[in-house]
Ligand binder design. Structure first.
Ligand code: GLY
Length: 395
């Protein structure tokens, strides 16, 4: 066994024993995690230039890496700050949440890719939910209109990226997440066409993005005029036929969220089947944090993706809201294990370390040689969200 793998296995074993013995109730864990996040993000905020958003952390140079505001993840930092503020009422956190919200406001007319939902709803959506400031709602409605311009009636889907690499009309499974802003906007003063677009996109994705075992392809390449499928591919996964872990998380979250808004059983059943694929997968480790791709033949000697674990935990907690007792217990038990794992020493940073991010061990784009086994801002976001959901629904 290679040394790195031996160290990881030992840490995981220690982790499992710690949590087997840890009788700390979830209420305490959630409270202490938010207190920790409050302090840790004050550390994070000191390491970023005023005009940039935190992305990750480079341990060898001890530098937080940052990106411009049009980066797809620019909404996660303000969104996490709003969730931390909601739980702790710390004015310094609120100030930073407001500052960074203003910084990304100009994205509301951004139409160069499909990620506007991530950018503007995870940020302004949380801000509006907490403050009810009508200005935030206006910004969300404008953003939803901007995103809707990427809908192509011929393919009945929103185009993820403009022509790129070998793809002519790429739609990625991640795109399901951006539908939340469209449906919310439609139900909160926006045009009803926004919801119709979201439904069309979700239906097209059910038709073309899934294999018989309910795992998802990453990229479907379309002829944008006719909707003809030109290819079923990957961009960030191990192979075209593999199940890239975060993609399965986006799919699970996306269909659960679409059921929330529409109550269409088709979406609920899709989410249940995706959950089955994830939770029954023989490569899902005991701590329930997936390897970066369910089909990497080098498992277990490959990186995990804590961000996928956090997204799945948050989605499973919502899915548990829509099903009966035994099924709910399965989803909540698995989500709880994910949260306990993420809060343990294997994945969780110490105060003042990890550049100020909360979680370690996420993987952004392994085949792209990018963001491998590092902290990522959206892992923290979905971890914060899952803790809140557990507190609101299951304590
Ligand atoms: N939406 C890009 C990713 O999940 O990496």
């Amino acid at each position: 066994m290679p040394l790195q793998r031996l160290i990881t296995a030992t840490l995981l074993a220690i982790n499992t024993i710690t949590f087997a013995q840890n009788k700390q109730p979830m209420s305490k864990l959630i409270q202490s995690e938010y207190q920790f996040a409050n302090k840790q993000y004050k550390y994070l905020m000191k390491g970023i230039p005023r005009d940039k958003m935190p992305q990750s952390y480079n341990a060898s140079s001890n530098q937080v890496t940052t990106r411009d505001i049009t980066w797809w993840c620019s909404g996660f930092y303000p969104g996490s700050l709003w969730m931390i503020y909601e739980q702790t009422s710390d004015p310094e956190i609120k100030k930073e949440a407001e500052r960074t919200l203003h910084l990304i406001e100009t994205n509301k007319t951004f139409t160069r890719d499909h990620d506007l939902g991530f950018m503007m709803f995870n940020s302004f959506g949380n801000a509006y939910r907490i403050t009810k400031d009508p200005l935030y709602k206006e910004i969300i409605l404008t953003s939803a209109e901007s995103l809707s311009t990427r809908f192509h009636p011929g393919m009945q889907a929103i185009l993820s990226w403009d022509k790129m690499a070998d793809f002519k009309g790429p739609v990625i499974i991640d795109n399901m997440m951006n539908l939340e802003m469209l449906v919310w906007a439609s139900q909160n003063g926006g045009d009803k066409k926004l919801k119709e677009i979201a439904i069309a996109h979700a239906n097209t994705t059910i038709k073309n993005h899934f294999r018989p075992d309910y795992s998802s392809y990453h990229v479907i390449d379309y002829d944008i005029n006719t909707g003809q499928v030109l290819g079923k591919k990957t961009f960030q996964g191990y192979s075209d036929s593999s199940a890239w872990a975060r993609g399965q998380g986006w799919a699970l979250y996306g269909y659960t969220m679409m059921y929330r808004f529409t109550k269409d059983e088709k979406y609920l059943n899709q989410a249940r089947n995706i959950a089955k694929f994830i939770l029954n997968n023989p490569t899902l480790p005991k701590d329930k944090i997936p390897y970066w791709d369910f089909n990497d033949p080098k498992i277990p000697d490959v990186p995990r993706d804590a961000s996928a674990g956090a997204i799945m935990a948050s989605a499973l907690l919502e899915l548990g809201q829509y099903v009966k007792t035994d099924e709910r217990k399965n989803y909540v038990d698995n989500a709880r294990q994910m949260l306990i794992s993420l809060s343990g020493a294997q994945y969780h940073a110490k105060l003042g370390e990890n550049g100020g991010f909360i979680l370690m061990h996420s993987t952004g784009g392994l085949p792209l040689h990018s963001e491998i086994d590092v902290p990522l801002i959206y892992a923290d976001y979905y971890y914060m969200e899952a803790l809140k959901r557990y507190k609101d629904w299951y304590l």
